[in-house]
Design a protein around this ligand. Structure first.
Ligand code: SF4
Length: 461
């Protein structure tokens, strides 16, 4: 436990980027709470602001810097800490670190954040004591720790099982920044999952930078394809056998892992959510080739067929990049047509953003921002239509919803939660006695229709 000289700090977090970052933020929050500090929302005035940064694109870099400045404006006296990929990337380039930031911690230093902030706080306090030597030293605050932040988290948790990537997609800086593949040992993952279950977490999301490669580093000279995803399956079987974890959701998977053996084995594991995120990035083979993505659209469609053979209405979600260098109008049209054919449950559209240090950044034929914006808008519209169609499949059905929070929509309060397929539901709280007690419980809900474009309206059944 870190020594803060008796002071309890209010610490706010903001996370950018991938699921791994979200998972690591949860872990850092937990470490602060274990050290007796209070987690507050990023909107509140805090003693320390931690920005878990991302560097996947130039836009992510810019956003990371913007959030660091925003934190400084919120409380000019606060400790501002930048952690994660943006820091790694700036250091690798030998770049200047932001003046408004007090602490810079790379991905490997995240575990030391509590101590670093403690040391910084102690040094700051000493300085203040010198400056105001006549002033009486403030006694350490003995107030009790807020449990609110903990309670909000007690539903779903991210569990990172793998780091690093060796795929070298031409637009991505991650393999250079995150280093080689490393997987957490099965027994360590299981221990963490047990710990989460003890805390009342009902759903864990298994994440990794290249999750399909989980366990490749446990063997010699084998690729995830040669292993057929067996290390991941073995881990999931063991996790599924643990009491308390009601749902296991998988983070992003590489389409090539979806062989008939893998999918059929997955379908036999109880508690696996029928929700699969398979990053497509482009629905055009020539673009995929330039991206150094190693599957083709034909193979991708075969994966979808397999998933639909072994799971009932699986939610298949994806990411697509528009405006990749040299993407022609015909290539983009192929991506749109492919997306429609694939019937995704949800589509995340990204405008290609140049990333220094990647091969794609050096490519000729960069697409104009105007064209990217236009293509993005068109693809988002297709995504929305598909999402509505997918969600409509469940109208009139009874779905199991894990409730997370109560929010207000158009001046009415709704209990909000997700089903196994990660569809968001809202239930009018009127008529539910003590609706806050429903948070972190799973309850059957009858689907009535759409509450908003993205949320289905349900009623307790
Ligand atoms: S698979 Fe490609 S996009 Fe994903 S982290 Fe690895 S290099 Fe980046």
């Amino acid at each position: 436990m870190a020594d803060f000289g008796g002071s309890i700090l209010k610490v706010a977090f903001l996370t950018l980027g991938c699921k791994v970052n979200f998972y690591e933020t949860e872990k850092m929050k937990m470490q602060f709470e274990e050290a007796g500090h209070t987690i507050v929302s990023f909107e509140e005035e805090a003693d320390a602001y931690v920005i878990n940064t991302c560097t996947v694109t130039n836009i992510a870099d810019r956003k990371s810097r913007k959030m660091l400045h925003r934190a400084r404006r919120k409380n000019p006296d606060a400790i501002i800490a930048a952690v994660g990929c943006y820091v790694d990337s700036v250091r690798k380039k030998g770049g200047m670190e932001e003046e408004s930031v007090d602490l810079f911690l790379s991905n490997t230093e995240k575990a030391q954040l509590v101590e670093k902030i403690a040391a910084f706080e102690a040094a700051k306090r000493k300085q203040a004591e010198h400056a105001y030597s006549g002033e009486k030293k403030e006694a350490g605050c003995q107030g009790s720790m807020s449990r609110k932040a903990m309670e909000q988290r007690h539903t779903r948790a991210f569990l990172k099982v793998q780091d690093g990537c060796n795929q070298y997609c031409t637009y991505c800086i991650i393999p250079y920044v995150r280093g080689p593949l490393t997987s957490k040992k099965e027994e360590d993952v299981i221990k963490e999952a047990e710990e989460l279950a003890k805390q009342g977490i009902q759903e864990i999301v298994i994440t990794g930078i290249h999750l399909s490669s989980y366990g490749v580093d446990f063997t010699e000279q084998k690729t995830f394809l040669e292993l057929g995803g067996e290390p991941l399956l073995s881990l999931l079987r063991k996790l599924s056998a643990k009491k308390g974890i009601r749902r296991i959701r998988l983070g992003s998977l590489e389409p090539r892992i979806m062989t008939e053996t893998f999918v059929s084995s997955l379908a036999k594991i109880p508690n696996i959510c029928p929700h699969f995120h398979l990053s497509l990035q482009s629905g055009c083979d020539d673009t995929l080739r330039r991206m150094n993505r190693r599957y083709r659209t034909r193979e991708y469609l075969d994966c979808l067929k397999l998933l639909r053979k072994y799971f009932v209405h699986p939610a298949i979600t994806t990411d697509i990049i528009v405006g990749f260098p040299q993407e022609t109008e015909a290539e983009f049209a192929a991506t749109c047509a492919f997306a429609e054919k694939a019937h995704f449950a949800q589509l995340h559209v990204f405008k290609y953003s140049r990333r220094q240090g990647t091969f794609a950044d050096t490519m000729e034929g960069q697409v104009s921002e105007q064209t990217k914006a236009d293509r993005s808008e068109r693809l988002i519209a297709i995504g929305k239509k598909m999402q509505m169609e997918y969600q409509s499949l469940f109208e009139g059905q009874i779905e199991e919803v894990l409730f997370e929070e109560i929010i207000s929509i158009n001046h009415k309060e709704y209990l909000i939660g997700y089903n196994e397929r990660y569809i968001r539901f809202g239930i009018d709280t009127a008529g539910i006695p003590e609706p806050e007690k429903c948070c972190n419980t799973i309850h059957p809900v009858r689907v009535l229709g759409h509450l908003t474009d993205e949320i289905l309206l349900g009623e307790y059944s």
